[in-house]
Design a protein around this ligand. Structure first.
Ligand code: GTP
Ligand code: MG
Length: 370
């Protein structure tokens, strides 16, 4: 519906509901915290607070996402975030492993890389790239469904001896739906049966026009087994990233997305967060989904403790009061009271939703029985 309650709006802006009520009063509107206001009024309020509105879908103002407007001069280039997709057995995991093995940022030979669901590598040119270590469409779609659009570039893996298969098509559709550019990694080029040209013509049938055929989709022939073409792939990603001119503002409070979360026996709830904007620091107070916390420690993809993590950097976050879910958005807020308030509000809203769903089922069951 084209409306949003005052409290939900406040929640999404990470502002106090009372302040939103005050701002509405100034506009001559007497509205209580639990009352709904229309989308246009909501937008005025959002602007009043210096936030920017992005309506994910016009029909659904519940999806209003807000970001504090960043000043042009505060924006800096940030590394791209890459997700690998492709058909079963086409070599997604092998490719990720090969990339990580060869290029993990400051990964000394023999050094054990901690698995934290995402990692950064350095291309030969020096460009830093952040890979999501969760290959597959499920992760991509579930993150997107939860409002976390974390991917800048999709690397579509297609086995040269198998060409385009059903899940390749699915991946193409996901990337298109998310409006994320694609680079095609034609894998298993070492195999005698490899036929990269068939991959290119197959792709054409699915409206993916590669550069060799006059389009703008880059393809790179690689072998996860021999390592052939891996450096070229990384450079292709770096090039695509330059075209995208990805920027973020490292100076603002952090906003990020949960890649993975778990309850660790020794350390308590731990979430791997990919910082999307701002810089996450030790001591920061945050709300993440229905949880909140204060950053006790940050651990990077090498397993080292760090004091802060900037845009596109994946880190493990310790200091949560509960375990969030993958795809939950993390926002740094000013006070613990705010964080607690928002987390509680969300928890209650989720409970209400579940209760409503439960009631509907009961009603259905009653009707079915009658
Ligand atoms: P799922 O996770 O099951 O969807 O598969 P995947 O896409 O992650 O493929 P995976 O990396 O598990 O590789 C599937 C098989 O292909 C394995 O037996 C790999 O050893 C093999 N393979 C992957 N890359 C290459 C390659 O470049 N050359 C050759 N010859 N085999 C490869
Ligand atoms: Mg795999």
């Amino acid at each position: 519906p084209e409306s949003i309650t005052v409290s939900e709006l406040a929640n999404r802006m990470a502002e106090r509901a009372a302040d939103v009520v005050k701002s509405l009063m100034k506009m001559g509107l007497m509205v209580s915290i639990n009352e709904a206001i229309d989308a246009d009024t909501a937008e005025l309020v959002i602007e009043e607070f210096g936030h920017r509105t992005v309506r994910v879908s016009d029909a659904d103002v519940e999806q209003v996402i807000d970001t504090v407007e960043d000043k042009e001069e505060d924006l800096q280039a940030r590394p791209p975030i890459i997700t690998i997709m492709g058909h079963v057995d086409h070599g997604k995991t092998s490719l990720l492993d090969r990339i990580r093995q060869a290029n993990v940022v400051s990964g000394e030979a023999g050094g054990i890389t901690q698995h934290i669901g995402a990692y950064q590598v350095k291309a030969e040119s020096g460009a830093v790239l952040s890979f999501l270590d969760t290959p597959g469409h499920a992760a991509f779609t579930s993150m997107r469904a939860r409002g976390a659009n974390v991917t800048d570039i999709v690397v579509l893996v297609v086995a040269a001896d198998d060409a385009v298969m059903p899940q390749t098509v699915e991946a193409i559709n996901h990337a298109k739906a998310a409006d994320v550019p694609m680079i095609v990694a034609i894998n298993k080029i070492d195999k005698p049966a490899a036929n990269p040209q068939k991959v290119r013509t197959d792709l054409l049938q699915h409206e993916v026009v590669v550069e060799e055929m006059g389009g703008d989709v880059q393809t790179v022939e690689v072998s996860a087994h021999t390592g052939q073409g891996i450096d070229t792939l990384l450079e292709a990603i770096a090039l695509q990233s330059e075209i995208l001119e990805l920027t973020a503002n490292p100076k603002r409070p952090a906003q990020g997305a949960v890649i993975e979360a778990k309850l660790d026996v020794g350390r308590g709830p731990v979430a791997t967060v990919l910082v999307q904007n701002g810089t996450l620091k030790r001591g920061d107070i945050f709300v993440v989904g229905e949880q909140w916390g204060k950053v006790r420690a940050l651990i990077n993809d090498k397993g080292d403790r760090v004091d802060e993590a900037g845009p596109s950097v994946p880190v493990e976050v310790l200091g949560l009061n509960g375990t969030p879910e993958a795809g939950d958005v993390l926002n740094v807020v000013e006070t613990e009271a705010q964080a607690r308030e928002i987390a509680e509000y969300r928890e209650n809203a989720a409970k209400d939703k579940r209760a409503a769903a439960g009631a509907a089922i009961t009603l259905d069951q009653m009707l079915a029985r009658a």
